[in-house]
Design a protein around this ligand. Structure first.
Ligand code: ATP
Length: 257
C-alpha cells in the first residue's frame, strides 16, 4: 500500500487521532486522515464501520470525543458547522433534503442564496440576479439544464441525486463530503453520476462514502477502508481492488478484520 504522509504544505483536511464515543461504543477510534487540496478520496467500509460518524465529526454536526481536525491548515475542531460551511466545506446526506414542490433551478438558487452571506431577500429571484446565473451554471454542471424548470417531485430519483450535487456546489466550495450519492441508482444513473463527479472543477476535492466498489474506485484518486471505527487500509484504487484482505471483507463478508 502507498503510504500517505503530510508534506508540510497545507492539506485540505487533516484529522489527527480523532475518536468518537457514544457511551461505551467507540464509533471512531484514533483516526488519522490526510487529504490534499483537489484530491478525491473514497471511504469504503461495511455497515456500522463509522463512515457517517466520520463525516459528522468533519462537518461539526457533532464534535469528536478526542483528536483534532484541520481544514486548509486551520484548526476547526471546536467550530460549529456553519463556520465550516463559511470556510468552504459542504456535504450531502443519505436522506434527501430537497424542496420537492419547487423547480430544479429554484432549489439551486436557494442553496446559493443560503450560503451567500447577508444577502437574504424575500422577493422571488429576478432573472437578472447574478445568483440566478450561478444557479443555472450549477444546474448545467450536473447535467440537468433540460429539466431546470421542472418541479423536483417530477424528477427521477437519479436526477434528484444529481440535483443534490448541484446544491453542494453552491457558494464556491473547496471541499465536499458526499454521503452515498449512488445509493439506489440504476446502472445508467450511476454512470451519469460518475461522469458528473469526475467532471467537477479540479480544485474541488471531496470524500465520497460509497458501498459500490466500482463507483468508488472510478471517482477517486485514493481509497480509505474502514472497519469497526478504524482505518485498516489505504491505497490507490488499483491497489485496493487487488488487495486480498479487502476482497475477503467485501466479497466474502468476513467480519473479523
Ligand atoms: N448518534 C448516535 N448515537 C449512538 N450511536 C451511534 C450514533 N451514530 C452512529 N452510532 C453508532 O456508531 C457506529 C458507526 O455508525 P455509522 O453510521 O458512522 O456507520 P456507517 O459506516 O456510516 O454505516 P452505514 O454504512 O450503515 O451508514 C454504529 O454502531 C452506529 O450504531
Amino acid at each position: 500500500m502507498t503510504a500517505r504522509v503530510s508534506t508540510g504544505t497545507e492539506n485540505a483536511l487533516e484529522l489527527r487521532a480523532v475518536s468518537k464515543r457514544f457511551g461505551a461504543l467507540a464509533a471512531l477510534s484514533d483516526i488519522d486522515l490526510t487529504v490534499q487540496p483537489g484530491e478525491r478520496r473514497a471511504v469504503l467500509g461495511s455497515n456500522g464501520a463509522g463512515k457517517t460518524t466520520l463525516f459528522n465529526c468533519i462537518t461539526g454536526d457533532f464534535p469528536p470525543s478526542d483528536g483534532a481536525i484541520r481544514f486548509f491548515g486551520e484548526d476547526v475542531t471546536g467550530f460549529p458547522a456553519q463556520e465550516r460551511i463559511r470556510r468552504g466545506l459542504r456535504r450531502t446526506y443519505q436522506i434527501s433534503l430537497l424542496f420537492t414542490g419547487l423547480t430544479v433551478l429554484d432549489n439551486v438558487y436557494l442553496a446559493c442564496l443560503g450560503v451567500s452571506r447577508g444577502r437574504f431577500s424575500f422577493l422571488r429571484p429576478r432573472r437578472s440576479s447574478p445568483l440566478v446565473a450561478t444557479a443555472e451554471d450549477l444546474v448545467d454542471t450536473v447535467h440537468l439544464s433540460d429539466v431546470a424548470e421542472t418541479r423536483v417531485s417530477d424528477l427521477s430519483y437519479g436526477q434528484q441525486r444529481q440535483l443534490e450535487v448541484a446544491m453542494a456546489l453552491a457558494g464556491a466550495p473547496r471541499f465536499i463530503l458526499f454521503d452515498e450519492p449512488a445509493a439506489g441508482l440504476s446502472p445508467t444513473e450511476r454512470r451519469e453520476l460518475v461522469d458528473i463527479l469526475t467532471g467537477l472543477p479540479a480544485h474541488i476535492g471531496y470524500i465520497i462514502i460509497e458501498h459500490d466498489m466500482d463507483v468508488a474506485l472510478r471517482v477517486s484518486d485514493y481509497v480509505t477502508m474502514m472497519h469497526n471505527g478504524r482505518i485498516f487500509k489505504e491505497g490507490k484504487p488499483a491497489e485496493i481492488e487487488e488487495d486480498p484482505e479487502v476482497q475477503a471483507l467485501y466479497l466474502g463478508g468476513d467480519d473479523s478484520a
